[in-house]
Write a protein that binds this ligand. Structure first.
Ligand SMILES: Nc1ncnc2c1ncn2[C@@H]1O[C@H](COP(=O)(O)OP(=O)(O)OP(=O)(O)O)[C@@H](O)[C@H]1O
Length: 709
């Protein structure tokens, strides 16, 4: 007996007084601004925290020890697993195949650099992690297992009792003696009772298992989401959002279904198979012997075809993911697609991938169909053979008709159970693959931990930043050095601007200050402390305000979006931040005011409005340091004027790093640095740089002449 398993293919400091502002007292200070960027940092709060000291070295060692090899390739659930599962020998073979299959599913779609790919390993299913999720549901799970086991034991009784019933009927037909109703009533009522209890037990274990499955899945979703949010920015550079979301949704769904099915039906089917095989042997050892001889041949053939179909299924599944990736990218960037009138091309790209996946799935379907047909023939031949051999045994009085009936029903139960086990086997392989994909990201330890480390008391925080000898390459392009021995100081309450060629590494400097990445060598220091020793949540949440060119708002109300910068802020604080950001006027002009819902990513607002809400969001946390990464470069002249007004107000009393393309916006900066090829090649005030007649004055000349055209 065998069965085809065809798996479905699835697819702060308070603002300093104005008198302290550098623009207010620069002349009095007589600072040599052009030297700031190379000056050494002031004394650290604690010398023990400096890099190069024991603690500093330990820190770097810890960081490098925590650096994990690249994101391992993840398996995609196989679409098909076909097995003959009959008897312990077959189960052993199956278990080996299952392990191999669970390990060999690789998600080739993750966008991890080639050099990282080579080292990556296929995720393995970790039973220890599963146990952590199952533990809280243990009582319900045990209850479900007990009920399922009892239901299976009752199922074994059914063929035997049916045999008794048939024997009564056969005897009555043969002898025409006694009261038929009286004789049949006892076994019939017993059977009816058995059916009733079996039904109740079945409902009971399904209810309990559904509860366990749903709770385990919910816990997994929450834990995985928390783990994803904790990961470094580099992790998101190397993985597509669609694929991460897929793990939160499809993979967990798949795992949940598998878990429920395997526990409930697996237990039931295995119990029934063994129980009925024993019954078969008791009824007729000869007939059972014949069946057992035929089975190993069928198992071997099934295993071979099964592994071939599993491979087909994996390829088809990968192709489906590819198609989904194309759709995900097009829909996620629908405005760009529309702006370039690329709907047709995106459709073509998607159609190409979908057609390929369709073809692969059709091939798979044909393979499954052939296999299913062959298995049906084999199954029916076995039934025919049983009746033929059983009839011979009846004629030689070695068996009663009731025994043959019991044998047939029991063998049908075995057949159904094996069919169900083979389906479960495929489901289990898919579940293990999906689970491994989920657990892979659960187990990921971010290189840059979100919490832990020092916090500098707000009142003693000056906001001086030093970039010291920084060399840096993005983790996704390790061979491409962006910053080379980069040095820069952002003095307390001063505005430093970085200008220069596109791709020169300006935004990278801001990313290092935000600690989106850690430098390959060198240190970023805040108040003389390496930011790697500081609490990252505090640094990002309370010290640095970051405003970039394309502010991303959430699809909630304006009030919620501004409060995102400080969740505990009062309504008055939100309004105050909006006033500072020049946003209060247009917000109150909306019929719903601060309750206006801004649409996905703030789609219902203009660029300038979005930017001012983003400024309010950054200002509400009263950051000591403000990073403006081309904050006005996406705006038209009028919007830029309003936003620039807000920014001028916002920068007062703060250490500010401005990255700008439009040089007109940074002329009043205390220091302007010109970057080229990862280094500062010129620095000084606007006037100093102009009089120098170097790159900066060239840039100014070029921009002026472009402006006049
Ligand atoms: N996440 C990333 N992963 C890999 N490389 C990156 C990443 N971000 C930027 N780069 C590369 O780093 C280099 C510097 O980029 P950066 O954004 O810092 O330049 P920029 O001076 O700010 O440019 P622009 O003025 O055009 O914004 C570029 O070559 C860019 O391709």
């Amino acid at each position: 007996m065998f069965h085809v398993l065809c798996c479905r293919t699835s697819l702060a400091a308070p603002l300093r007084s104005p008198s302290l502002h550098p623009r207010g007292n620069k002349a009095a200070d007589g600072w040599k601004l052009s030297r700031w960027y190379t000056s050494p940092p002031p004394p650290a709060h604690s010398s023990s925290q400096r890099p190069g000291t024991a603690v500093g070295r330990m820190w770097s060692l810890t960081v490098s020890a925590l650096r994990r090899p690249p994101t391992p390739r993840t398996p995609s659930p196989p679409g098909v697993a076909l097995k003959f599962i009959l008897g312990p020998a077959v189960l052993t073979v199956s278990a080996r195949l299952l392990c191999r299959s669970a390990r060999c599913q690789a998600d080739l779609n993750n966008n991890v650099p080639v050099e990282l790919k080579a080292k990556s390993a296929v995720p393995e299913f970790k039973w220890r992690i599963l146990w952590e999720f199952v533990k809280p549901q243990l009582f319900a799970l045990i209850g479900a297992v007990v009920l399922a086991f009892c239901a299976a034991l009752l199922n074994i009784q059914i063929p035997l009792m049916l045999g008794n019933l048939v024997n009564v009927v056969a005897r009555h037909l043969r002898e025409h003696t006694g009261n038929y109703v009286q004789e049949i009533r006892g076994p019939a009522l017993k059977l009816l009772g058995l059916y009733g209890i079996q039904g109740l037990l079945t409902s009971g274990y399904i209810i309990l298992l559904s509860q366990v499955g749903e709770r385990v899945a919910a816990d997994m979703r929450k834990t995985l989401f928390a783990s994803l949010l904790r990961q470094d920015v580099a992790f998101f550079d190397g993985n597509k959002t669609g694929q991460l979301v897929n793990r939160l949704t499809a993979d967990i769904q798949e795992f949940k279904s598998s878990f429920k099915l395997v526990v409930s039906q697996g237990l039931r089917s295995i119990t029934q198979t063994f129980g009925c095989l024993i019954s078969l042997y008791i009824i007729s050892p000869k007939l059972t012997g014949l069946t057992v001889i035929v089975l190993p041949c069928l198992v071997g053939a099934g295993a071979l075809i099964g592994s071939f179909l599993r491979k087909l299924s994996r390829l088809a599944q990968e192709q489906v993911s590819k198609a989904t990736g194309v759709a995900d990218e097009a829909l996620g960037n629908v405005r760009t697609v529309k702006a370039f009138a690329m709907e047709e091309r995106e459709l073509q790209l998607y159609s190409y991938e979908v057609d390929k996946s369709c073809e692969m799935n059709e091939n798979l379907g044909s393979g499954i169909a052939v296999f299913q047909g062959l298995s049906n023939i084999a199954l029916n031949c076995i039934v025919l053979g049983t009746i033929f051999a059983g009839g011979t045994l009846i004629s030689s009085n070695e068996m009663s008709p009731g025994d043959l009936m019991s044998f047939l029903v029991a063998s049908q139960t075995v057949q159904r159970s094996l069919a169900s086990i083979s389906i479960l086997f495929g489901q289990m392989v898919r579940g293990l693959s999906s689970g491994a994909r989920v657990f892979e990201y659960l187990a990921l330890v971010p290189t840059i931990p979100l919490s832990g480390g020092r916090r500098i008391p707000y009142n003693s925080l000056t906001g001086r930043v030093d970039f010291m000898n920084i060399s840096f390459s993005y983790p996704t392009r390790p061979g491409h050095q962006i910053l080379k021995k980069f040095n820069l100081t952002l003095p307390t309450c001063k505005t430093v601007a970085i200008v220069g060629e596109s791709g020169g590494g300006k935004s990278t400097v801001a990313s290092l200050l935000e600690r989106f990445y850690d430098p390959t060598s060198g240190s970023v220091m805040l108040d003389g402390l390496d930011i790697r020793t500081l609490d990252l949540s505090w640094l990002r949440g309370q010290v640095i305000g970051y405003i970039n060119q394309e502010p991303v708002l959430f699809g909630s109300s304006i009030m919620d979006n501004i409060r995102f910068g400080k969740p505990e802020a009062t309504d008055a604080e939100v309004v105050n931040a909006a006033v500072q950001a020049n946003a209060h006027g247009f917000i109150t002009g909306f019929p719903d005011g601060y309750s206006t819902v801004v649409g996905e990513r703030g789609a219902t607002l203009s660029g300038g409005q979005k930017q001012r809400i983003a400024i309010a969001r950054a200002l509400i946390k009263n950051p000591r340091i403000l990073v403006l990464d081309e904050a006005t470069s996406a705006l038209d002249a009028e919007s830029e004027r309003v936003v620039q007004e807000a920014l001028d107000r916002a920068t007062s009393g703060r250490t500010v790093l401005v990255i700008a393309h439009r040089l007109s916006t940074i002329q009043r900066a205390d220091l302007i640095c010109v970057m080229s090829h990862g280094r500062i090649v010129e620095a000084g005030t606007h006037l100093e740089l102009l009089s120098k007649g170097g790159i900066y004055s060239d840039l100014i000349r070029r921009q002026r002449s472009e402006g006049q055209k």
